[in-house]
Design a protein around this ligand. Structure first.
Ligand code: SAH
Length: 268
């Protein structure tokens, strides 16, 4: 029988204390989640990441892991890949939630970074090429008009607070609204306004949901490719600006990663 005060079988610290301990150790393992190949490749090249031949993911899924080391960091970039049937990027909430779950389970990152393009509201101060750090994520296309389920549908989640990162890199901060459509119905627009969002994308709130569920802090870096409350058709404007804006996104991600290097979550 274990003697009173014997520490050898002491239970592990409660999850809250574990979370606090991980807040105070230097970040070493990061996972970057990016929906589109055009957004991902500049970052793969910048950090000289290479495609992992032994995928940690189930056989047959199109998800791709690029990996490498940069300064003190193990960096993995996960791209959900091309749709196996249609051959286009697997954008949207389902793929991004799945890869976030799989990446956390297999790679156990200290931090998730979701980088990507987004639509921006000029009425809220967004311009083409602006890069934002997201403070809050919510959904705009999950309408469930029953008390409490309505809030579940909106699914508001906070990104990790990173006041030092925002100050030092001089980035704008805004709220993000996520849905599974590139276009915007009138109902979507009302919900985005109710979410007080400056940015609209197709992945952020889904990634925030999984990250919170599995208690991994997440940072969202979003660059504006199109103005939602402007007069140009979104798809056209998006494609026109994609290459130039992706270059800005890539530079911002480099700065964010340089800032993160050597720090712990509590210092962000
Ligand atoms: N026509 C594109 C489709 C990409 S879907 C193609 O050639 O593949 C748009 C992607 O960019 C999503 O990953 C989404 O997160 C982001 N995005 C950019 N602008 C957006 C907007 N106005 N609304 C929603 N998502 C947007």
């Amino acid at each position: 029988m274990a003697a009173l005060g014997d520490q050898s079988e002491a239970p592990p610290p409660p999850p809250d204390q574990q979370a606090m301990a991980s807040q105070n150790k230097p970040i070493s393992n990061i996972v970057i989640i990016i929906a589109m190949q055009t957004e991902a490749l500049p970052i793969v090249n910048r950090f000289q990441l290479t495609e992992e031949p032994n995928s940690p993911f189930p056989q047959g899924v199109p998800w791709v892991r690029y990996r490498g080391t940069y300064k003190n960091l193990n960096v993995s970039l996960i791209w959900p890949g091309k749709d196996p049937v249609l051959g286009v990027d697997s954008v949207g909430t389902i793929s991004s939630a799945l890869v976030t779950y799989a990446a956390i389970q297999t790679l156990q990152p200290d931090l998730i970074i979701n980088a990507g393009t987004a639509g921006g509201f000029k009425a809220k101060g967004a311009s083409i090429g602006d890069v934002f750090i997201v403070s809050d994520c919510a959904f705009h296309d999950r309408r469930i008009p029953i008390p409490v389920f309505d809030l579940y549908g909106v699914g508001l989640r906070k990104a990790v607070e990173a006041p030092n990162l925002v100050r030092e890199l001089n980035l704008k901060v805004a709220k993000l609204s996520t849905g599974d459509s590139l276009d915007m119905s009138q109902q979507d627009e009302s919900s985005i306004i109710a979410n007080d969002a400056t940015l609209k994308d197709m992945e952020g709130a889904a990634i925030a949901y999984v990250a919170e569920l599995l208690k991994v802090p997440a940072v969202f870096v979003k660059a504006v490719t199109d103005i939602i409350d402007g007069d140009k058709p979104t798809a056209e404007e998006f494609l026109q600006n994609l290459a130039a804006v992706t270059a800005k996104l890539d530079l911002a991600v480099e700065k964010v990663i340089n800032f993160i290097n050597g720090k712990c979550i509590a210092e962000l």
